[in-house]
Design a protein around this ligand. Sequence first.
Ligand SMILES: [Zn+2]
Length: 101
Amino acid sequence: MTARDEFSIDFIAEGSAMVAVFHKGRQVSPASRNPEKLRPILAEKRRIAARAGRAWRCCLSCGERFLSEGVHQRLCAKHRSAASAEMPDQESPSYRSMMGK
Ligand SMILES: [Zn+2]
């Protein structure tokens, strides 16, 4: 369980046997005694949150519109791979033409 995505399974109250899915400290699922029952709910909440962040955005480098996975992603595939040169996107046509293939 990481704190990074802001979703967690936690006890609904101190000393309580009931657990629930929390998002930023707010309860977002029914309470249950079985944490295993909450795991699919947690996965679904994460999936929905990930989808909600997805949108068409303009690349900060070239201004081209691309499907961004979230607000953190502001570069198109081409400039993202250029920004992380140690991990080039080998599937992209620009990478192949760069490599003369
Ligand atoms: Zn770009």
